[in-house]
Design a protein around this ligand. Structure first.
Ligand SMILES: NC(=O)c1ccc[n+]([C@@H]2O[C@H](COP(=O)([O-])OP(=O)(O)OC[C@H]3O[C@@H](n4cnc5c(N)ncnc54)[C@H](O)[C@@H]3O)[C@@H](O)[C@H]2O)c1
Length: 416
């Protein structure tokens, strides 16, 4: 039976590991975080895209285990790297990728395949991962082992598109590597899309996320102008969306969050600046607009309270949703937290309701979005439009409601 190692058992690595168990691999989920490994071994997946019972079945099959021990990598046929690629003071931080590659290297055997999936700038696979694997193994990438890059396109919480139905872009550092990487993912997904080099595959991912980032910024800026012009931007977007060609709808919101839009485009602009000495103006402008949105939302709350003769200091403000995305529990770099923090700094008594986010992730009083909380709040801000919220009740009962997602209607509802 073929052995797969997946380095990093988070949002991306765990679904891959589960799919591979299904496809017949024996899978080692290697993670440096002891708590995460304990949680997994206890059958708690901790992410929306993998149900606990699926994880438990994988554990029970004895073809999946989670570990912090690199020795369990011994004898792997394929290894996939799914570790974080954050920014550190605006600069790509590839420390996790470096350490993952260094961890795998001693266990690399001739004929094995290594795939990087973490989002990163063009050149990472060939310039950073290949040398680390070579140094630690004494083997040569290409002649001795296969190496490639395949971006992950998972969309946590998306009920329509799943791991195996999302086409997977695959690449290799040479034809044999492309063949090996493609053959591996052909066993896991319905369709693979081969490209000519890891650099193209790396850029493909950054292009996809930059496209989204820029378009979200466009409608965010439009929303701010439309509000001042007294035009309903949501109605205009709905009408524009009826055009069957040449238009793709994006919706405004309270700002971007998570680990993709606030980060990935900056990997691209950083590379352009470093290699070409040029600024990627679209990315910088989009960062500027999207980063400003939480402040804009706070400003709108302050203005709305002021119209009713109330200062924000001393007012009770209920923030609905701090996950960065609907129906998910991921509050990393989410605009809801930034909005709550700014309101608290202005002296508001901030409460937060989010049925998906664990209490420990939120340094505010967490409440339920029930009738008492809605009616008691001087202002309610809908930040994340989870399906679990009762929109009819919120729209009807809220004394002042700022709706950043166009989900509400009611006498006191104001839209972004
Ligand atoms: N989450 C998404 O929706 C998504 C979608 C597409 C691509 N990506 C990209 O995939 C990559 C992983 O993202 P994620 O959301 O799964 O991150 P995550 O934080 O959910 O999981 C990463 C895991 O890697 C572990 N880890 C870190 N360094 C390690 C090391 N050296 N050895 C072993 N384990 C290590 C961490 O403990 C963590 O459990 C990032 O590059 C991200 O940009 C994420």
């Amino acid at each position: 039976m073929e052995k797969l190692v997946v380095v990093g058992q988070g949002y991306v690595g765990l679904p891959l590991a589960m799919r591979a168990v299904d496809a017949g691999f024996t899978v080692v989920g290697l993670d440096s975080d002891e708590l995460r490994v304990k949680e997994l071994l206890a059958g708690h997946a901790g992410i929306e895209d993998v149900a606990d019972h699926v994880l438990q079945a994988a554990l029970d099959s004895w073809r999946y285990t989670a570990t912090t021990d690199p020795a369990l990598c011994s004898g792997f046929d394929v290894a996939v790297i799914d570790v974080p690629t954050p920014l550190a003071e605006g600069v790509p931080d590839l420390g996790h990728v470096r350490s993952a590659a260094a961890t795998l290297a001693p266990w690399l055997r001739p004929g094995a395949t290594v795939v990087l999936e973490s989002t990163t700038y063009p050149g990472t696979t060939e310039e950073l991962v290949a040398p680390l694997l070579e140094q630690g193994s004494g083997l040569v990438a290409g002649p001795d082992f296969h190496l490639g890059y395949s971006p992950e396109r998972l969309d946590p919480g998306n009920a329509e598109w799943h791991f195996h139905t999302i086409p997977k872009v695959v690449s290799g550092i040479d034809p044999a590597s492309l063949q090996a990487v493609g053959a591996f993912f052909d066993r896991l997904v319905e369709r693979t899309v081969p490209v000519s080099s890891p650099r193209v595959a790396e850029l493909t991912k950054l292009l996809e996320n930059t496209f989204r980032h820029v378009n979200v910024a466009l409608v965010n800026e439009l929303a701010m102008f439309a509000a001042d012009l007294g035009v309903d931007v949501w109605e205009a977007i709905g009408a524009a969306s009826t055009k069957p060609f040449g238009y793709m709808p994006f919706t405004p919101g309270p700002g971007v969050g998570g680990h993709c839009l606030p980060i990935d485009p900056s990997y691209l602009s950083w590379t352009v600046r470093r290699r070409l000495g040029r600024s990627f103006r679209f990315v910088e402008l989009a960062n500027d607009i999207n980063d400003h949105m939480p402040d804009y939302v706070v400003g709108r709350v302050v203005l709305a309270l002021n119209r009713g003769g109330r200062p924000v200091a001393g007012s009770t403000v209920l923030v609905l949703g701090v996950a960065y995305k609907r129906n998910t529990g991921d509050a990393r770099t989410a605009p809801g937290l930034a909005i709550a923090e700014s309101l608290a700094r202005l002296g508001a008594d901030v409460r937060v309701a989010d049925p998906h986010v664990p209490l420990v992730d939120v340094p505010f009083t967490m409440v339920e979005a029930n009738l008492a909380e809605i009616t008691e709040a001087d202002a309610v801000v809908l930040v994340t439009d989870h399906d679990a919220f009762d929109y009819t009740m919120i729209g009807r009962e809220g004394r002042l409601v700022l709706d950043t997602r166009n989900r509400l209607s009611g006498p006191n509802v104001e839209k972004l």
